[in-house]
Design a protein around this ligand. Structure first.
Ligand SMILES: [Ca+2]
Ligand SMILES: [Ca+2]
Length: 243
């Protein structure tokens, strides 16, 4: 009986089929877009927003709200999956705006496990794409001579702030080579010989703020099993250490 079952073809489904056949050829393939939405993406690994879209990601829209009654909003952090390091790029672009003078900076961190703790380790930073252009961008390779680059696919933390606000380690030391403040420079981690902690612990100060749209390539949503496994691993390690 199942083989003879057919959906009734009414005017509506016929119209839907017609629309689908008319629309399909003109719909360009594009990955999904992510919107920060009303729940603020935080400033640390623990409070980052996890991007969970299926497949490749095209854009991220969000807002740095600036000063607040309870807590300010000067940095937004997102957990992403870099799926293709060779084509990886993130660029602030048309659509940015908000408060006058908003001048975005971008930072990338590798999510890793150190002594059973999930940490975000400094990879690269950029302030201005080129002289006269305050928009920021990241790609696979740095160009400050550090040799830092996105060497493998996996879980990363992407952070955006406004000029003046940059990440520090638990000692309050700036995580990135300050050459990143020069237009056109994508810089790696701080080259100081004194540095021995390259993990994100906080932010040096507040910066400018506004709305933003990030154009993204080589990135996808974080696969649920991967994130769960990583978090599970952290929990397991924590339990082991307490014995
Ligand atoms: Ca925000
Ligand atoms: Ca900038």
């Amino acid at each position: 009986m199942l083989a003879s079952y057919r959906r009734p073809v009414g005017p509506l489904s016929a119209l839907a089929a017609l629309l689908a056949s008319a629309l399909l050829p003109s719909v360009a393939f594009a990955g999904p877009d992510w919107d920060e939405g009303p729940n603020d993406a935080g400033s640390t690994l623990g409070t980052a927003q996890t991007i969970t879209t299926t497949g490749s990601l095209t854009s991220v829209t969000g807002k740095l709200g600036g000063p607040g009654l309870v807590a300010g909003d000067f940095q937004d952090c997102f957990l992403i999956q870099i799926s293709d390091p060779t084509t990886f790029s993130v660029t602030t672009g048309p659509g940015t705006g908000g408060a006058a003078g908003f001048n975005p900076m971008l930072f990338l961190f590798r999510v890793d496990m150190i002594n059973g703790q999930m940490v975000a380790k400094a990879v690269m930073a950029n302030n201005d794409l080129q002289p006269g252009n305050p928009q920021a961008g990241l790609r696979q390779q740095t160009n400050d001579g550090s040799g830092a680059f996105v060497n493998q696919a996996g879980l990363y933390l992407l952070a955006i702030s406004g000029f003046g606000s940059q990440p520090v380690n638990s000692f309050g030391e700036l995580l990135f080579n300050q050459a990143f403040l020069e237009p056109g420079v994508i810089a790696g981690p701080n080259q100081s010989s004194q540095m021995n902690d390259y993990t994100l612990a906080g932010w040096a100060q507040d910066g400018s703020f506004g709305t933003y749209v990030l154009g993204v390539q080589g990135v996808s949503g974080v696969p649920a099993p991967g994130a769960a496994a990583l978090l599970g691993l952290a929990g397991l390690a924590g339990r082991r250490r307490r014995r």
